[in-house]
Design a protein around this ligand. Sequence first.
Ligand code: PLP
Length: 815
Amino acid sequence: MIDKNVMKEKICFRLKRHFGKELSEASEHDIYDAVSSTIMDYILDHWMDTRKAYERKAIKQAYYLSAEFLMGRAMGNNLVNMSMVNEVRDVLHDLGLDLNAVEDKEPDAGLGNGGLGRLAACFLDSLATLDLPGHGYGIRYKYGMFAQKIEKGYQVEYPDKWLDRRDPWSVKRVDDEVQVKFGGHVIVEREEDGRENFKRVDAEVIRAVPYDMPIVGYDTKTVNTLRLWEAEAVDGFDLQLFNDMQYTRAVEKSNMAEDISRVLYPNDSGPSGKALRLKQQYFFVSASLQDIVRSFKRSHKENFKEFPKYVAIQLNDTHPVVAIPELMRILMDWEKLGWEDAWAICTQTFAYTNHTILAEALEKWPIEMFNNLLPRIYQIVEEINRRFLDKLRFKYPQDYGKHHRMSIVADGMVKMAWLAIVGSHSVNGVAALHTQILKSKELKDWYEMYPEKFNNKTNGITQRRWLLKANPELATFLDKYVGISWKKDLAVIRSLNKYADDENVLNELMDIKHHKKAILAQHIKNKYNINIDPNSIFDIQIKRLHEYKRQLLNVLHIMYLYNKILDNPDFDLYPRTFIFGAKAASGYRRAKQIIKLINTVAYKINNDERVQGKIKVVFIENYRVSIAEKLFPAADVSEQISTAGKEASGTGNMKFMANGALTIGTLDGANIEILQEAGKDNAFIFGMTADQVHKIQDAGNYNPWDFCRKNTSLGKVISQLVDGMYNEGHREIFREIYDSLMYGIEGNAPDVYYILADFESYVKAQEQIDKSYRDKMKWARMSLANIAGCGKFSSDRTIKEYAKEIWDIAPVSVE
Ligand SMILES: *Cc1c(COP(=O)(O)O)cnc(C)c1O
């Protein structure tokens, strides 16, 4: 095992080497860096062994292409997966240091917006833990997800300088850099044998430099790789201009090149439509494919027909879909394959995951922009489309509407989702309901054309980060009652059910919850100077701020309860602490207004003595993975209240469940499967079903005023948005929220997410929570049932399904 003295020496050597400091002079940041670099020493051998094992055994590998990886912090997670927490804690203790304080110095790698990016991170953890040869490819954004501050109740965005200091977890691999070309034009030369040779000339050339992060599996030697590309100029610095004292122009080129990997688009679903975004996509996709083809050739020579036998590529949403024509280009223009062969290879290699049913989120690019930036790729897309339309017309000769709807290039746009479906052998949704809706509504045409491609892979989360690391107290409890194997086989957690009537076990569980709530309460006291009572119900909604996720429904209910207390000081409400955490996309005005509303309501209620502490409302700033690890374990209630049919899956719901929170939710996304596993009596379900929502939508006669007339307390809450109660001095600040609910603005129907329609049912479900919590043993039993039911939602289960049903890859043991 690890020699603690050696580790101490390594840490002190690192401090000297990197910072020129003795231990006594080092800051906590320095120490974080030195400790992390030291942990890397213990990873490197296994990392190299893993790569060699994959090469030697000539096995099939999977590559997960994603514009986002929401990794969070590496240090604590790697220590957990390497089972080194205690050793390192002791070593640091001997040096007079506290492991938790050191861990807290690590900035989150926030290279993603939300669920989609965090899913990619959980998948990498599962791949490595299951000894599966699977790696990630993405972009090394210099600035990840923005840092959010709340100022006067409003969200203010600050740059996320996660690379301000060095990143001890990534290794720059200059030898593996590749070049990516943009713009210019295509010329065709005839070879002697008559073949056409396509050349890109006058293109802008960008260097793609890879940085590798180790993905350490739990309790195994397998260490896979997340390779992130950084953009650099080929010839960044113009000495001529510099000597002429034109300093800005001298670095212009290098700045323009670096722009490509400068910043993550903080855009959660919904397209950005920016040329730079398309540039980012092609940049990382082209670099990754060149890299994959290069390693294929190293191991398997040049027999490209074998490519799909050794390579599987998963496209995480449409962001990397330009990979399909890019692989065509590499195979045809560089490797000299014919169209038919190249196309067969592509469709056997690629698989596409759809993540959303929001129509506005389907990515498309103006032809002109696409063609200017990627002229050769556009030619290939046109040819893909031409051949596809031939088949389509053959199959549906008279259905011109269909031809138009399904054309990859139409209405002046290149439609990335259509390209993905045509160029892949697998199209999957991310929860049973989502896949069902794709087949029957959003992608109905496509399901009819290619039924064999469609399949479901319900999302999951890694229990290593979200239980073992985030909640070690609950992990110890599980070790005791279900045995230690749950860390690699979460299905065994079901056996917890045998303690459903064991009051000692139930009390122990509730003590752990209370402990985690007390820790969070302390954090909130320190950070926000708000006193919250760990004996109150912790009711938490943490996720991106989006209208379909309906944080507004949650706030309106809080306003409703507040009215009840003001009307009747004896109103018997079990004390409740409502906690929110959410970032809004910087250009999403309505979402930002909802953040302002939450904060305004919070301030008013928290400072009103008449409330007698029955309600507290806290908005946690800068919601991200590291704070999420404190929030999920402390939750009693998990708010999953999206309009039915809108949330593709959700994964926050699974993290709550695993930590024993009870769901208040709609029949949406994976909530439905969560209910099946936990038992429907162990959750609080309300609201319309997706079918009912679709019916109302189709009928087109929805009227929110009906609900205000029928339910006067709802009417009162709605009018309080604009009557001065929450906006003294600025009566109009919530006018837009009001108008969007009651009238519909900017060409939209009123209340498009049916908040008013579901309000009463939501209130009733909340009343059930109030009632159930008063019976401590009943609540504990329900909590236990949720934990016992979470086995299905391990990303290990999800990844095994991808590995078997889509990728056809098998575990490889690293000697
Ligand atoms: C899990 C997670 C999400 C996804 O949450 P949903 O409730 O599924 O939308 C978003 N952000 C972070 C930081 C997460 O950990």
